[in-house]
Every structure is written in structure tokens, then in C-alpha cells.
Design a protein. Structure first.
Length: 278
């Protein structure tokens, strides 16, 4: 089996135009081509009044995104964006325009609340001066504007040539619901901001589970779970376009109020350049 690629494509209609339901399905099939989706469920969603369409699929065996981004999108639509995860890597990449020419960079996601369950009744050992609040379920909660990078896999047992009509399997018990399909394989957090939360990027000896939320929705969960070789700390990812904090994406969509500090994006740029030099 080749590496599984999870792709989330967003196509915006031109100004004063809209994408109909039939057209959304056409775009989906243009992306799938004759190869279908490689081990990733196909999901198509239209935005309000057809302003855009989102397609989730696995491009591991399908090169048709190249043709669509070069031959159709520039002439028929307002803009094209893509988020891509390669299971051989560990972080999502975002691109715009042409899948080959990009530009490409690491994708950053936002959260506005952290919830932590600790092994003791004391306050969380991270950010002791922060206004953590204890809740009846025993968790500590903190409202904080933050962001991270991670990898969003949407693998599921749908076979190597899935289509929109392929039945979805029942999600495993440990899967995390997402806006598209449940996630059962996730990556740890990288480049977590604010920096003092870094100890909660992966496991922590004084925590039993950690949740990151965006507008009430769980976008990342980490906790100890049983695995084939015993209990291990595992991550589940539910990031989507709603909590995408890529700076160019936010500027293009007019959501500049969500921009992270400049130094956060500068670090992302430096990390991306280092990646390219390896």
C-alpha cells in the first residue's frame, strides 16, 4: 500500500456567482477521476448559498487535481485552496492556486479553549498564573487564543477506489468526530502557541487527557488509550477550514481578526524553509 494522502479542497465561486449542487458533484468527480479516492472517504459540502464547495478525498492514486487546478479552476472559479496530509510526514500543508506551483507552506490551526484533566487536584502544571477554571467534571479549563500545526488524517476502510457512494464503515470507539468523517489516527502538536502551553503538545505526566477546542468544537484530543502493545498516548485531529489560521487564507476570506502574531507565522516560514533544504 502506498502512502495515504488526505486532501481537503475548497473551491470558491466567482463574485456574483454560486456553485450549484450539481456543479459541486461535477467538481468532486473531476478530482476523483477514474482512480477514485485512495482509502479516504469522499465528502462534498456546499457553503452557504453556494459560495464555495469543500471536497475531502484521498489523492494517493489520482493526479487529477493537477488538471483541475491548471485547466479549470483559473477560468471557472474565484479561487482554489487545498490542505494536504501525507501519512509519511507529520504536518498538514496548505496551498493555493496551482497544486504544483502553490505557493505551499505549513498549515496553522486555531483554538480558543484548552481543557485538561490532571492526576491531582492541584491546578494544571502549565501556565500556573493563567486563569484556569475548575469544572464539576474534574477538568481544568482555560480560555486562550492559540494555534498549532499538526497532521489531519482521514483514513477509513473504504478501499483504494472510493467514490461518493461508497458506504462509510462504522468508526472505531476511539475515533474523534470531525466536520467530515471521524478521525482515528492523529499527530501530536507542533509549534504550539502560546509557547508556555508547549508541555501540553504531547503527553504530560500529570495529565490524563487534553482537549483543544474552537468555538465549542473539539479540534484536537490527546489521551492515553489501549493499543496493540499496551496503553499509549494517542492523538486525534478534527481540524477543518473553520479553524484554519493560515494568514493568506484569512486575508482572502476577510477574517483578519483571527490572525496570529507575526512572529508565529515567521517561525512557520523558517521551519518550511528548513524543510525544503533537507
Amino acid at each position: 500500500m502506498s502512502n495515504i494522502f488526505t486532501d481537503a479542497i475548497r473551491v470558491y465561486a466567482r463574485p456574483d456567482d454560486r456553485i450549484t449542487g450539481v456543479e459541486a458533484q461535477w467538481i468532486t468527480w473531476m478530482l476523483l477521476g477514474r482512480h477514485g479516492s485512495y482509502h479516504v472517504p469522499v465528502v462534498t459540502r456546499r457553503g452557504p448559498e453556494g459560495a464555495y464547495v469543500d471536497i475531502q478525498y484521498g489523492s494517493g492514486k489520482s493526479p487529477d487535481i493537477v488538471n483541475f487546478s491548471q485547466d479549470h479552476a483559473p477560468y471557472l472559479y474565484g479561487s482554489l485552496w487545498g490542505r494536504h496530509y501525507n501519512e509519511g510526514g507529520d504536518q498538514d500543508i496548505i496551498w493555493q492556486g496551482d497544486v504544483n506551483d502553490g505557493p505551499h507552506r505549513y498549515c496553522r490551526y486555531g483554538f480558543d479553549e484548552v481543557r485538561v484533566a490532571t492526576t491531582t487536584g492541584d491546578r494544571p502544571p502549565v501556565g500556573p498564573e493563567a486563569p484556569w477554571r475548575r469544572h464539576p467534571d474534574g477538568s481544568w479549563r482555560l480560555s486562550v487564543a492559540g494555534s498549532y500545526r499538526t497532521g489531519n488524517c482521514r483514513y477509513a476502510d473504504v478501499g483504494p477506489m472510493a467514490t461518493p457512494t461508497t458506504p462509510l464503515p462504522d468508526p472505531p470507539p476511539a475515533a474523534l468526530p470531525t466536520p467530515t468523517t471521524p478521525n482515528d489516527e492523529g499527530e501530536a502538536l507542533a509549534a504550539l502557541h502560546p509557547h508556555w502551553l508547549a508541555p501540553f503538545a504531547d503527553d504530560h505526566p500529570d495529565a490524563t487527557w487534553i482537549e483543544y477546542r474552537w468555538r465549542g468544537r473539539v479540534v484536537h484530543r490527546a489521551r492515553e488509550e489501549d493499543d496493540w502493545d499496551g496503553p499509549t498516548w494517542q492523538h486525534r485531529c478534527a481540524d477543518d477550514w473553520d479553524n484554519c489560521l493560515d494568514p493568506d487564507f484569512l486575508r482572502a476570506t476577510g477574517a483578519t481578526g483571527l490572525l496570529a502574531p507575526d512572529e508565529v507565522y515567521e517561525r512557520d516560514r523558517e521551519d518550511w524553509e528548513k524543510r525544503g533544504s533537507r
